[in-house]
Design a protein around this ligand. Structure first.
Ligand SMILES: *[C@@H]1O[C@H](CO)[C@@H](O)[C@H](O)[C@H]1NC(C)=O
Ligand SMILES: *[C@@H]1O[C@H](CO)[C@@H](O)[C@H](O)[C@H]1NC(C)=O
Ligand SMILES: *[C@@H]1O[C@H](CO)[C@@H](O)[C@H](O)[C@H]1NC(C)=O
Ligand SMILES: *[C@@H]1O[C@H](CO)[C@@H](O)[C@H](O)[C@H]1NC(C)=O
Length: 407
């Protein structure tokens, strides 16, 4: 890709090249033709606090056997479209999962197959929204806002109700029989919630959920990463008063959220900053936020296992170029105004997609690392659920679920 153009007579060319460079940079920075991938958006890159690349990568354990790639199995290929979050009901049936076409579906066993369980809007229609395997492509983008995009899913252990964080419709709930979900929180402080992403239910009934950005919705999520903007929030919905509260503000792409088994803290991922964070709910540190682990890539959901440990789904990987970018917003400002495709720019930065999933204890110590180095089984992994000796792995952008016997 990075072809070098041979220069025959450098001395002669020096001045014209300088001139052209200045001209091109000026054009690129002003982007008068709206040709860059940003397409004329107001784009304000800022510095963000990401741990040094070298420090993280040198200490990060590698899975040299690429066990996820070798032992993982693809299931339901072409039957589920971008299954982001995977959940099982109180009888252990499932998985239930939210799809890119806006539906929440559940697996009913081989005879019945996948069944539509719930919708986040009564405006959902097969004609408008059901695009099959195309749902995970840009073809869905135009209708995604109307059809919904259910992300985080959680069953309430007592009532059997399913709580849903939908990227466009906010926090919703649907009874154990399914149907059209009821909205609980679509606004906070009088403003619409732009990008609800994941949730967890506290034992006292309060729902903690993430709102990824106040500036960009899900379709535009790549710009959150590019800018490093930090307008994301952790929110809390209290059922007794039906009120929604801002718990934390100023987060850089808050994504997955998981409350600890003893309810004393919750973990959430900050995708832009490649880290796992802890927010204390009880004890002497109540209200404090700490970074518990720096990750080699961009984390999505966090899910607890039966031992109270935490699986984090990570899209790999960070690159040295990204580090330079994150500390120098002006470079990003120029780079991403170049009139070429975003995917090409990402490749130039050395971004190669593969997957790492990792298990942490409550102190952020790494207990397990499983990789799929060649991205054979999984790319853009979104969640890992450990259930009865098996890992279930979701993905936001592909049409399958991966499974892996574990431990
Ligand atoms: C994996 O490979 C790297 C480099 O090739 C090496 O430094 C590391 O010790 C290996 N890890 C294990 C667990 O074998
Ligand atoms: C990745 O793919 C290359 C080429 O296809 C192959 O040689 C290599 O063994 C693969 N590595 C793993 C860990 O699967
Ligand atoms: C459903 O569609 C109607 C007509 O397009 C629109 O007015 C209404 O706001 C939509 N409702 C929801 C919940 O999106
Ligand atoms: C539940 O506990 C959380 C964490 O301590 C607290 O913020 C919230 O207000 C509580 N909710 C209710 C309904 O008491």
């Amino acid at each position: 890709m990075e072809k070098k153009i041979p220069l025959k007579d450098e001395a002669f060319l020096q001045h014209p090249i300088l001139f052209v460079l200045v001209l091109v940079s000026a054009l690129v920075i002003m982007d008068p033709l709206k040709m860059g991938p940003l397409g004329g958006r107001e784009y304000r890159p800022v510095k963000h606090s990401i741990a040094p690349y070298k420090q993280v990568m040198e200490s990060w354990p590698r899975d040299n056997q690429s066990r996820l790639g070798r032992l993982g199995k693809l299931e339901f290929v072409g039957e589920v479209f971008g299954p982001e979050s995977l959940e099982f009901d109180n009888r252990g049936c499932g998985p239930y999962t939210g799809l890119a076409d806006g539906r929440i579906v559940r697996w009913m066993g081989k005879d019945v197959g996948w069944e539509t369980f719930a919708l986040v809007t009564k405006n959902w229609s097969e004609k408008l929204c059901a695009k099959g395997t195309d749902s995970t492509t840009t073809k869905q983008w135009k209708v995604e806002m109307k059809c919904g995009r259910p992300l985080g899913l959680r069953f309430d252990k007592e009532s059997g109700d399913l709580y849903i964080a939908d990227a466009y419709y906010g926090l919703l709930v649907v009874g154990p029989e399914g149907g059209i979900a009821n909205p609980l929180a679509a606004h906070v402080d009088g403003k619409p919630i732009l990008f609800a992403n994941d949730l967890d239910i506290h034992s006292n009934g309060s729902i903690f959920f993430t709102d990824t950005s106040q500036r960009y919705n899900r379709v535009d999520h790549f710009f959150i990463l590019l800018e490093g903007e930090a307008t994301g929030r952790l929110l809390r919905y209290d059922p007794p008063t039906k009120t929604t509260h801002v718990v934390l503000d100023g987060l850089a792409f808050p994504n997955g959220v998981q409350i600890s088994r003893d309810q004393t803290f919750l973990l959430f991922t900050e995708t832009t900053n490649c880290r796992l964070m802890k927010y204390w709910l009880e004890g002497p540190k109540t209200g404090l936020v700490e970074a518990v682990a720096n990750l080699p890539g961009f984390p999505d959901n966090v899910r607890i296992n039966e031992k109270g440990q935490f699986w984090v789904a990570i899209d790999c990987c960070r690159t040295p170029a990204q580090e330079i970018f994150s500390h120098n917003p002006w470079i990003r400002s120029v780079y991403f105004r170049l009139p070429v495709r975003m995917s090409f720019l990402a490749r130039l930065m050395g971004m190669k997609m593969y997957t790492v999933i990792s298990l942490f204890n409550d102190k952020g110590e790494i207990l397990e690392v499983l990789e799929d180095r060649n991205g054979t089984v999984m790319k853009l992994v979104s969640e890992v659920r450990e259930v009865n000796g098996k890992l279930w792995i979701g993905t936001v952008a592909h049409n399958h679920i991966a499974t892996l016997p574990y431990p």
